[in-house]
Design a protein. Structure first.
Length: 67
């Protein structure tokens, strides 16, 4: 199974596929934030809210970051 080209973004109807896509893309976004923080010496805070599970996924590049 390979990658599928997405022409038009639309909501994923299948709950299982939606959960899998959410997990993969969330991890990808966090990886990009980590890379950006390390390569460009930037302080980054990212918060992703999962409405279905009422849960936050957070990333902070520095522990002393003040919002």
């Amino acid at each position: 199974m390979g990658k599928i080209k997405i022409d038009v973004l639309a909501r994923i109807a299948s709950p299982n596929k939606s959960t899998v896509t959410y997990c993969k893309r969330r991890r990808g976004l966090i990886n990009k934030a980590i890379e950006l923080s390390q390569l460009c010496d930037q302080r980054i805070v990212m918060v992703i809210y999962d409405k279905k599970k009422d849960r936050l996924a957070t990333y902070q590049s520095h522990s002393d970051f003040n919002v």
